[in-house]
Design a protein around this ligand. Structure first.
Ligand code: FAD
Length: 506
């Protein structure tokens, strides 16, 4: 008996799974997940990602078993695994979602495509987000996004599986070299994704707008869906449609709640907008989006600064507390992520690539398209964004005025009196000794004001060079957003925003 092979990757769900739904129309299906050793050797992988995948696969497998099937776990490189499966029993077609991943998955997909051609197998690849493969022009992107999100949720019809499942439970051993699994991270699985969305839509989103920037309120105020979207436990279309349905039934007086959900909706656009950048130009994972910034930081990499940042020993309490929270939970809100990268890129003058590799292992929700675009944007190498420099002392004053956040994550800060909360290194030495803080308080790695001023000047000088100014237009053309006047109505001629005309929209 022949069958359709469904290859699960970062789409670990059964509902609104275009590949599974389409495969099931052609006859029996066989579902696989492949543990690719080379993939897990990449610098952006961590144990937390593997464990999250395992949990999500367990949830998927349990559901498929209720339908009489299972997900098979295979180990090995692609396309060799396909060759093995083919030798066991040839399949009629390969079904999967398009993946905008890292350089490894890009190269692997080319090999899989060549294998399919050689074996005369049709590879049916389905878009999983509002990201358009082979996009001709950014002008049509917004309407394509709307079209994708408006399509009906792909419900799963009756499934026929190629073979009944064996009795043994899903078994996956993490590659032994993998490290870093934060004790307080979110756990994988579709049920958890649905529950997180439900709680956010019905209650937590009321505080979204006011609460998203402070690291104290953000863990509750933000949706916390990122890891579930990144691993595909829930589809972006499900999130968009449920959010819009919820907004439509809110009473008129629920203005704050509606505003929160409207702000959330714009982030859902951003998700795909940023991934589109990597989809359209995979090289931005490695090199500057605007090549005019090449050589800006590469030669100056200060390893001691980088190590101190990773060890939460920069001396700025807000930075060190954020690094600690991230290490323990695998998550940080947008503003604090931006601040970390800003500190790395400006006063510490670190190139974005090593910083991004480290952060990729720290973020449970690591999504290459968002991640590398954001790294470059916050480091000033896109050439089209305004320079964003976050002062870590001011961020602490604005978002943690009473020191609750830093004192939670940095126990030694509990000893520091309020007077020195934001600049504890200024405490008189005798007081530091008296409070046993001498070994805990690191002086800032650099003088913040001087180092920031100098780095901004270097960036500014580069930006002013005629060839750099000239190169900006091409980046805008390929990557900048064009927002329609009425986001929910289909438009054939999207308008260019004021920011984009000025050249700093993202
Ligand atoms: C340097 C840097 C690196 C980042 N790396 C990642 C990453 O690897 N993966 C990731 O999902 N997000 C990344 N972000 C974006 C953002 O910080 C996270 O999406 C957000 O903090 C996740 O929490 P949430 O799901 O509660 O977000 P919410 O605020 O509830 O937003 C809902 C969803 O919208 C999307 N989203 C939110 N903010 C952004 C944004 N600024 N750009 C693009 N999409 C966004 C995410 O999918 C998110 O789950 C990064 C931001 C920065 C500054």
């Amino acid at each position: 008996m022949t069958y359709a092979l469904v290859w699960f990757k970062r789409d670990l769900r059964w509902q609104d799974h275009a590949a599974l739904a389409q495969a099931s129309l052609s006859g029996p299906v066989r579902c696989i997940y492949v543990i690719e050793p080379e993939l897990w050797l990449q610098a952006d992988c961590a144990l937390q990602h593997f464990e999250f995948v395992r949990e999500s696969l367990q949830s998927l497998d349990a559901h498929l078993r209720t339908l009489g099937g299972q997900i098979e776990i295979h180990q090995g490189e692609l396309p060799e695994v396909l060759t093995r499966i083919w030798a066991e029993a040839p399949f009629t077609g390969l079904y999967a979602h398009e993946e905008t991943g890292n350089g490894f998955t890009y190269a692997r997909d080319l090999k899989v495509a060549a294998w399919c051609k050689q074996h005369a197998v049709d590879w049916h690849e389905h878009p999983q987000f509002g990201v358009v493969r082979r996009l001709k022009s950014r002008n049509r992107w917004q309407s394509a996004w709307e079209q994708h999100m408006a399509q009906p949720i792909q419900a799963l019809g009756p499934l026929h599986f190629w073979r009944p499942p064996s009795r043994k439970p899903l078994d996956m051993l993490a590659p032994s070299h993998l490290t870093h699994n934060p004790p307080l991270r979110q756990h994988g699985g579709r049920e958890k994704a649905l529950d997180t969305l439900h709680r956010f839509l019905h209650a937590r989103s009321i505080g979204y707008r006011g609460g998203m920037s402070s690291p104290l309120s953000a863990p509750d105020a933000c949706s916390r869906l990122s890891a579930y979207l990144a691993h595909g436990c829930i589809s972006m279309r499900e999130v968009v449609q449920q959010t819009r349905a919820h907004m439509d039934q809110l009473p008129p007086q629920a203005a704050r709640h509606r505003a929160g959900l409207a702000a959330f909706m714009s982030r859902l656009h951003w998700h795909c907008h940023f991934i589109q950048k990597l989809e359209s130009e995979p090289a931005i994972e490695w090199r500057n989006m605007h090549r005019g910034y090449d050589g800006l930081r590469e030669q100056d990499f200060n390893l001691a600064h980088f190590e101190a940042l990773k060890a939460a020993r920069t001396g700025w309490p807000m930075v060190d507390a954020c690094v600690t929270m991230l290490r323990e939970t695998g998550w940080l809100n947008f503003r604090m992520r931006a601040m970390l990268v800003s500190v790395a890129a400006y006063p510490l003058w670190l190139h974005w690539r090593p910083v991004g590799e480290w952060l990729a292992t720290q973020f449970l929700d690591y999504e290459p398209g968002i991640h590398w675009s954001q790294l470059q944007m916050q480091s000033g190498t896109t050439g089209i964004n305004t320079t964003r420099v976050y002062n870590p002392v001011k961020q602490a004053q604005d978002h943690d005025p009473h020191g609750r956040f830093v004192r939670h994550w940095l126990p030694h800060m509990r000893q520091v009196p309020d007077t020195w909360l934001f600049e504890p290194w200024l405490m008189p030495p005798h007081l530091q000794i008296q409070l046993s803080l001498r070994d805990h308080l690191a002086a800032p790695l650099v003088d913040l004001a001087t180092a920031t001023r100098e780095s901004k000047q270097r960036l500014h000088d580069r930006r002013q060079q005629p060839e750099v100014r000239a190169g900006k237009k091409a980046v805008i053309e390929q990557h900048a957003s064009r927002k329609p006047l009425h986001p929910r109505k289909k438009t054939t001629a999207p308008q260019v925003t004021v920011q984009q005309q000025l050249g700093f929209d993202f």
